[in-house]
Design a protein around this ligand. Structure first.
Ligand code: WTA
Length: 652
């Protein structure tokens, strides 16, 4: 995979070292964590596990590795909710704020660690009252309201594994996931607020249960929006009724290190979603470690905000488990960033004095499209670390984030990881690493990554497949109910290595540049070109707000590059401008990377979590009928794109 060199594509050559002030105050400002982990990574993780967490019973061995099956901290026992709540309260932190919760309509709730412990204990007793206990699975389908982390933590208190289903998913997705996990209970709400109105949830659960998911015995419903919902007699129960009588006395149950903590389903290249399994001790160790060091968390003074949805792994690890394990004060926001205005996020940052902000490149590019005047309305000087996750960040978006949100003074941590990895794997440490815009830099201490070529040979410089060479504490323990698929999906492509599905490059300084999923890397006349790099070049044009690129089958060149481009507000979608944008890529990256077609579109097809659905764009480009579009946020977008694509000029 070593055709393109970094010099061909590199569009921003400034580097950013931590400022002396930042480094002087940072939790990590030198290489000692890296050196320690390098010398003995098992001992390193054992130290983190013992220092960051409280154990009911210490572990007797650190790691048992029977490739591809890992067990970490063997013999140890601990409770996740105890680690997230009780121990902070016992240490006199009961009045400390765990969450500043903000509803979309503007209602707010300040939740202390003591409040959260009470609510979690009560709901754990509710779960027990419904006959649930260790070994059971519970599905959670909720908006971003305080009851969501309460429900998750209550499960962990009594050894029930949760399976959170993102609130944007359809009834079909609920059926599939509940059936696969044999969930006995669904916890939901009538609705949650999105763009100024209730977005219904409970009716989707009703539809799902009329279609299948026979294992589900009860549905617990939070009344968030006071909408009219049907309550099935005997099956459906109101959260507030159950909580009214619940006792707040529920001792946390010590769980084995390897007890199942949760399932989280990922969809993607294959039809059937995979239930990714995470367990207790290793997961909590690595999320706590990374949350602390990657965000340089100072729990006494920081107000941390991960603006993701808890329905995704980012929210599990970096809204719920990492921050609470570390005793942090965090913000949770229910709604969309454009309600009531496009400055909603910046208003929240200002009002709560947010110190760390963690969001996705796609969000940053949307903010770019809305314009720098929105953040400029607010005082963002409380911010000191900025994070990104979810996709490669193009250097332009990185620089915009750096300049307009970070006021040129905040380190940016570009964190690469996956649902499967459970927590950060590749990321700068903000007081240590000199960053390059667009590079996730290096593996964190205790994680070992290597690029390999098609034959599995290590690649020292240039492009390759990203693999992880040693087990890590928060790694997935398998795919629920399908150990063979686990081995096949992640461990069979390159022997002895976890293959992440991503391509990457190492530059001459040893920095890692994530190039996106391997199926997003195009092959044009035998040259490998990353969709990300072409996208980066497209958005580098002054008229372009956002771009998505796919490789479409082409008789002559193998694949051809098709670019879909959203223009900034003031520009008209003319053929001339499309041609200019196309040429701009040639100027930036070289003629080989010039798209065959640039289609100027009003919007891009995105999942409800904001990921661009390139598969659909590829289907459009290749004139195929569309596959599954159920995860699309807005179904009408694709029709419009199809029309525009048919009208766009093509290079011969
Ligand atoms: C991509 C999200 C580049 C990658 C936590 C990975 C990234 C997939 C980055 C996992 C990043 C995530 N730079 N690509 N910083 N972070 N990805 O499971 O392709 O929703 O394989 O987990 O997102 O997505 P998932």
């Amino acid at each position: 995979m070593a055709d393109a060199t970094i010099e061909d594509y590199y569009v921003e050559d400034r580097t950013f070292a931590p400022s002396p002030d930042f480094a002087a105050a940072a939790l990590a400002s030198n290489r000692s964590l890296y050196d320690e982990a390098e010398a003995d990574y098992e001992a390193f993780w054992a130290r983190q596990a013992r220092e960051l967490l409280s154990w009911d019973r210490d572990f007797h061995s650190v790691l048992e590795w029977d490739l591809p099956f890992a067990r970490w901290f063997i013999g140890g026992a601990l409770n996740v909710s105890y680690n997230c709540l009780d121990r902070h309260v016992e240490a006199g932190q009961g009045n400390k704020i765990a969450f500043h919760w903000e509803g979309e309509p503007g209602d707010t709730l300040t939740i202390t660690y003591a409040d959260l412990l009470t609510e979690v204990s009560k709901f754990a007793n509710v779960l027990k009252g419904l006959g649930l206990g260790a070994g059971d699975r519970v599905a959670i389908y909720m908006p971003m309201i305080p009851e969501l982390p309460v429900a998750m933590l209550a499960c962990t208190r009594i050894g029930v594994a949760h399976s959170v289903i993102f609130g944007g998913f359809s009834p079909d997705a609920i059926v599939d996931r509940c059936e696969d996990a044999e969930a006995r209970l669904i916890i939901t709400a009538d609705a949650g607020y999105r763009r100024g109105a209730p977005s219904m949830l409970k009716p989707n659960v009703d539809t799902a249960l009329s279609q299948g998911a026979a294992s589900v015995e009860h549905v617990v419903v939070v009344n968030r929006c006071d909408t009219d919902v049907d309550m099935a007699e005997g099956r459906d129960l109101w959260w507030h009724d159950l909580m009214a009588d619940a006792s707040a006395d529920c001792p946390p149950e010590p769980m084995d290190s390897e007890a199942l903590l949760y399932l989280l389903y990922t969809s993607g290249t294959t039809a059937k979603p995979k239930g990714i399994m995470h367990t207790t001790g290793g997961y909590l160790t690595q999320v706590a470690f990374t949350h602390k060091y990657v965000f340089d968390l100072k729990p006494d003074t920081d107000v941390y905000w991960c603006a993701a949805d808890i329905g995704w792994v980012t929210g599990h690890s970096y809204i719920v488990y990492g921050p609470l394990a570390n005793g942090a004060t965090s913000v949770i926001y229910e709604g969309t960033p454009d309600t009531p205005g496009r400055d909603r996020l910046w208003d929240i940052v200002e009002r709560y004095g947010v110190t760390q902000l963690y969001t996705a490149p796609t969000a940053i590019r949307t903010f770019m499209k809305w314009g720098a005047q929105e953040p400029a309305k607010h005082d963002l000087s409380s911010l000191r670390v900025l994070g990104t996750v979810g996709e490669p960040i193009n250097p332009e978006a990185w620089m915009w984030y750096h300049t307009n949100i970070g006021g040129e003074g905040c380190p940016i941590v570009d964190t690469w990881w996956q649902t499967e990895t459970g927590s950060h794997m590749i990321s700068p440490l903000p007081g240590v690493t000199t960053t390059k815009p667009g590079s996730a830099t290096h593996p964190i201490p205790g994680v070992f990554a290597e690029l390999v070529d098609d034959d599995g040979r290590p690649v020292e410089r240039g492009g390759g497949y990203l693999t992880i060479t040693r087990p890590w504490p928060s790694m997935l323990r398998g795919i629920w109910g399908d150990p063979e698929r686990y081995r096949e999906t992640y461990w069979s492509r390159f022997e002895g290595r976890y293959f992440a599905g991503d391509g990457a490059k190492v530059d001459d300084d040893g920095y890692l540049w994530l190039l996106g999923r391997v199926d997003d890397v195009m092959n044009i006349s035998g040259h490998r070109i990353s969709t990300t790099e072409v996208e980066s070049a497209l958005v580098d044009h002054a008229a372009v707000a956002e771009a998505a690129v796919v490789g479409a089958a082409d008789d002559t060149t193998g694949q051809a590059i098709i670019g879909y481009v959203i223009l900034r507000g003031s520009h008209d979608a003319t053929d001339e401008l499309g041609e200019e944008v196309r040429q701009h890529v040639a100027t930036k990256l070289g003629p080989i990377a010039r798209p065959k077609t640039v289609v100027l579109v009003p919007d891009l097809p995105k999942t409800r979590s904001g990921k661009i659905m390139r598969r659909l764009l590829r289907d459009v480009a290749e004139g195929r009928s569309l596959g599954d579009t159920t995860t699309l946020a807005d179904q009408s977008v694709v029709d419009e794109i199809r029309t525009r694509a048919a009208e766009s000029p093509q290079e011969d």
